[in-house]
Design a protein around this ligand. Structure first.
Ligand code: SAM
Ligand code: ZN
Length: 282
């Protein structure tokens, strides 16, 4: 079971040690509830425990909305994607584990549970999601960041980078990962939620091989596992699965909302993911 919320130490010291000032790149320290560097750039912790290191505006249209985050938290909390969490947890290592595009921190917490000497950093552009991620595990901290920008994280600092259905910045993965570290990427397979194809927009329908191409210069594939299960979703869970993804923005199209409303019985659906492990090219 994931440890309960932690109010006293929202950014564990080992996480702070690997953070860098997003303005000048210097190390940062925490005094009261403010992170600051020697050049007096400072970043306040939010009441909910995450820190916003982003001085620029949050890029519009990329962050999940409150409704999407709530739907995702509810669905993940019901355990439907636990086989994926279990597979990710087999890749836990002691040291720093960064979840790039962590959302609510659900998978990061599960991976941290599997390595008592690990500590975690959830990076995401959605402050709404990070309110939950900041409390997801006592050994994790959370920072608002745009993954497409150079990360406010020390080079060679992470033993593991997790990337679960989120943007992939190959050069930053490479820089931040320790030479012996590994990048663990989860992608949905074409069969994922195939039974809901008329409700779910298939923008996530990326083949793992296409990810290899985007990471190719910096990483080689070290292993690949498929995680496929048939699960029974309640009508409520079907609505959560649709509402937590980009499909939520397209329900007005083609009678989708009406079809969703008409679901009153449980539905068997396929969940299917590939977990790929990459090692940095040295
Ligand atoms: C499909 S969700 C996956 C979240 C989480 N990994 C999970 O599976 O529960 C994608 C996440 O990527 C985040 N995201 C999208 N664009 C981003 C960016 N440019 N920088 C940081 N996070 C981003 C979203 O806010 C969202 O939390
Ligand atoms: Zn600074």
């Amino acid at each position: 079971m994931t440890p309960a919320a932690h109010d006293n130490d929202p950014l564990p010291p080992k996480v702070i040690a690997s953070l860098r000032c997003s303005v000048c790149g210097a190390p940062v320290g925490l005094v009261d509830r403010t992170l600051s560097c020697e050049n007096r750039h400072s970043f306040d912790l939010a009441r909910q425990g995450y820190v916003n290191l982003l001085h620029a505006r949050i890029p519009s249209g990329t962050a999940d909305t409150a409704a999407m985050v709530a739907a995702r938290a509810d669905l993940l909390g019901s355990g439907v994607y636990d086989p994926l969490a279990d597979e990710l947890a087999t890749h836990a290592e002691d040291g720093l584990i960064i979840d790039a595009g962590a959302g609510t921190g659900y998978y990061l917490a599960r991976v941290l549970d599997a390595a008592p000497g690990a500590y975690g950093l959830a990076l995401d552009v959605s402050a709404i999601a990070l309110r939950r991620a900041a409390r997801a595990h006592e050994r994790a901290g959370a920072a608002v960041w745009n993954l497409w920008e150079p990360w406010p994280v020390a080079s060679d600092s992470a033993e593991v980078i997790l990337n679960v259905f989120s943007p992939r910045n190959g050069p930053e993965f490479r820089r931040v990962l320790a030479p012996g570290g590994k990048l663990v990427v989860a992608t949905p397979n074409p069969a994922h939620l195939i039974e809901l194809a008329d409700l779910v927009v298939s923008v996530d329908d990326r083949k793992a091989e296409r990810v290899d191409a985007t990471l190719g210069e910096h990483f080689t594939v070290a292993g690949r596992t498929e995680v496929t299960r048939t699960v029974e979703l309640s009508p409520e869970q079907v609505r959560q699965v649709v509402g937590m993804g980009p499909s939520a923005h397209h329900l007005h199209r083609d009678g989708r909302q009406e079809r969703l409303d008409a679901i009153t019985e449980p539905v068997d659906v396929t969940t299917s993911f590939t977990v790929s492990v990459y090692r940095p090219v040295l």
